[in-house]
Ligand binder design. Sequence first.
Ligand SMILES: [Zn+2]
Ligand SMILES: [Zn+2]
Length: 465
Amino acid sequence: MASHPPVDFVIPAVQWERLRSHLFRDDGDEHGAVIAAGLVESEGVIRLLAREVHLAVDGVDYVAGDRGYRMLTADFVRDVALHCRDERLCYLAVHNHFGRDSVEFSGTDLRSHERGYPALRDILQGPLVGGLVFAENAVAGDLWFADRRQPLRSAIVLGASTYRMYPRAPGRGSGTDERFDRQARLFGDRGQHVLSELHVGIVGLGGVGSIANELFARLGIGHLTLVDPDDLELSNVPRVVGSTVSDIGTPKVEIARRVALAANPTARLDALAASVADDQVARRLRTCDALVLAADTMQARLVINALAHQFLIPTYQIGSKVQVDRETGAVLDVFSVVRPILPDSSGCLLCNGLISADRLAEEAHSDAERHAQRYVDEQDVVAPSVITLNAVGTAIACNEVMMRAVGLRTEHGGEFIYIDARTGAIRHEVPRRNIGCLECGSMASSRLAHGDTVRLPTRTRRAGS
Ligand SMILES: [Zn+2]
Ligand SMILES: [Zn+2]
């Protein structure tokens, strides 16, 4: 029998807190809810993406069961199921059990799934219905696909730190590679193991992305997907980590792959010498654990901003900005910028006016995205770019990815960070969030957590081109 990809459930912290405080209360009783979730399958993984949490009110929607202890009422199930069908989302019934580090469905739970889920799946006509049961630090799932029934592997809570639950809590890990001994002293063998299972996408392997690549590879991140359509040019050499003049004409992603493998020979490296605006390329990033946006085209911003929200991927846009007076040549401003794009908490690049429709149109018109990259601020001026400025922002973003993954981060973050190289000042800016935003907002038919049922804003390659 063919083995199917493992299934993980991903939920942003805001949603998780609502669900957790509903399920685990002082009354020590069982409570119920339904989660409407998007679904994505890519790179040998299936993810269920929590979009909406529908809490079942005790005594109204969640009542004494005919055969089990408690059950959702038929009305509640029907209303949420029809909503899921309209929004093309999966239906996941949720309840809690007691205990801490392990959990499983009861025989009564499983029999009720067998009675109810086939019919529910017919009503939804979607890819999946299922049930999740949570204990305080564990989760189990019984997922009914059209052609099979499959357990859940884990749940991933996207908070200040990423928190992962399994049917039974994993051990502390052991036997870390000796080369990682010094960093494992910070986050433990378990942390090192988590990094080795992380999949990070880097879009743009120039002055910023090449540094991120080096840092992630040396941290021991297990899977990197690298995206950049460009070849190395002479003027890139001062900023592209690991490059030499003999690499001129080589795709930047190939140089990055060489650098990453030298740092960590056991890593998986996918080097894509193509634009992220290409649909087939963008789709390779759908199940990343984190994304770094280090390409400064509007096309790349548009696509990555969509990926971050549609697939619930914590993302960091990194850049440097140098403003020079065009008349006098005087330097006006020098700073490094890090903009986290955290799904379901901080607004997005579109809400914050950081995706210019004019420039997007220009890029599409000229079909010269690779040229547009050079003209960062003004049409006809090659923007200044300096490795030290790039390194400042990149280190902050990569550090956040690492701290979140290994469970050491305590603040959710989400503010844009500006580091002024002339004064040394660090400024935080709370991003705007447009409630009605079709990318990051949560109203009907927004992109958020919709998974594979919504098209990305990409170009589809014509056959034969
Ligand atoms: Zn139960
Ligand atoms: Zn938005």
